[in-house]
Design a protein around this ligand. Structure first.
Ligand SMILES: *Cc1c(COP(=O)(O)O)cnc(C)c1O
Length: 401
């Protein structure tokens, strides 16, 4: 046994070494890709995940797999969590967490504008399962307080929120939830990553990531993860992984492990380049507004400084005649890809028209719609600033603007 470190590892060391170990048989230094579905126990062990007795080894890949486990241990270490459960995608993680934790008649409060997949899931699928859902503006703690019911079991925050980069105060909302006996505070921290924000330290119970984005970082593997307390994650493993079955493939875990190792240095570069691009856009005559948490012009810049140790690489901007600009982007961009998704080494941009996203996903009306339009107007360009040279990204944008 080697000596344990004399003080806790820094985040860069954790990103590289946490969860990983030298293979005891081959002495391989990099994580092994273990594709085996079943494992030969050294004793007569239980026959299901619920009946495994004291046997701690691997039994079946839907319960746990050695490559996925290394990623889970790394993610837990990065978030300062006791445990982690990986899923096949961010949406599998969201569904696993919501349906794994809530029962018919329970009430969920969730950001009124957030990732569209989540927005559609909670509005269309959950009511069908007998769950009550209230989409509210979670950037306003008073609005959250007003929505709390006796059966509110979960508060779901996404910050910064897709696609308008609106922030929610995790510490204030966690405190509010505690005071009202809401059992689960969940933070979808996909845009922030553990490099910017560690929600558990601010009072949250669960943190959710789409690993497809910054943590994998290279646009070649879908994945999702939930971190939290050991007993909660063990229950999630039994219910949502073992029974619902949407677990992460070992191959994707292996790719995401490699991506996660460079997360801290990538996030630093994403932030630096995003700041340059945000400043370029903010002074461009054809751009109306830029929303980037790192800019003093962001309506919640003070909260961003308090809650985010890194401003990440996501920004949103509005411009005159969005549809025509989107068309020029599709036809003319060289460096930046006109494509959905985010957090990859490549820069990605996409046009999100307000009317269309209201119909398909958010369905906001009245004041809520006015709040959204105050950010987005007729539509936003969601821009995931990649790791290319800032000058090349700005030149590419300039030729289409
Ligand atoms: C992409 C995304 C998801 C869904 O993740 P997938 O891996 O695509 O299933 C959830 N939340 C946020 C904030 C996202 O950006």
């Amino acid at each position: 046994m080697r000596n344990p470190p004399s003080k806790p590892w820094g985040v860069k060391t954790r990103a590289i070494h946490a969860g990983e170990h030298v293979d005891p048989v081959t002495r391989a230094s990099s994580p092994n890709l273990v594709m085996s579905v079943t494992f030969a126990p050294e004793e007569v062990a239980g026959f299901s995940a619920r009946n495994r007795g004291d046997y701690e080894g691997f039994l079946y890949a839907r319960v746990s797999n050695p490559t996925v486990k290394q990623l889970e241990d790394k993610l837990a270490a990065l978030e300062g969590a006791e445990a982690c459960q990986c899923f096949a995608s961010g949406m599998a993680a969201s569904m696993g967490l919501i349906v794994g934790r809530l029962s018919m008649g329970d009430h969920l409060i969730i950001s009124e504008a957030n990732y569209v997949g989540t927005a559609e899931l909670v509005r269309d699928s959950l009511p069908r399962l007998g769950l009550e859902v209230s989409p509210v503006d979670t950037s306003d703690p008073a609005a959250v307080a007003a929505a709390i019911r006796p059966n509110t079991k979960m508060l779901w925050i996404e910050t910064p929120a897709n696609p308008i980069m609106r922030l929610s105060d995790i510490a204030a909302l966690s405190k509010l939830a505690r005071e009202h006996g809401i059992r689960d505070v969940v933070v979808d921290s996909t845009f922030a990553t553990p490099i910017a924000t560690r929600p558990l330290e601010l009072g949250a119970d669960f943190v959710l990531h789409s690993l497809t984005k910054y943590i994998g970082g290279h646009g070649d593997a879908l994945g999702g993860a939930v971190v939290g307390r050991k007993e909660d994650i063990a229950a999630l493993n039994l219910e949502s992984a073992v029974h619902y079955g949407g677990v992460l493939s070992p191959f994707n875990a292996w790719l995401i492990l490699r991506g996660a190792a460079t997360l801290p240095i990538r996030m630093k570069a994403h932030e630096e380049t995003a700041m340059r691009v945000a400043q370029f856009l903010e002074t461009h005559p054809r751009v109306k507004r830029v929303f980037y948490p790192g800019l003093p012009s962001h309506p919640q810049h003070e909260l961003a400084k308090r809650q985010m140790a890194n401003f990440s690489g996501m920004l949103t901007f509005t411009a005159d005649d969005g549809p025509a600009l989107a068309r020029r982007m599709v036809e003319k961009l060289n460096v930046v890809h006109y494509a959905v998704s985010l957090g990859h080494h490549r820069s990605l941009v996409y046009w999100i028209p307000t009317d269309a996203i209201m119909r398909s996903s958010f369905r906001l009306e009245g004041e809520a719609l006015a709040r959204y339009r105050a950010y987005a107007g007729d539509g936003v360009f969601r821009f995931s600033v990649g790791l290319e040279d800032a000058d090349d990204i700005c030149a590419d944008l300039d030729q289409v603007l």
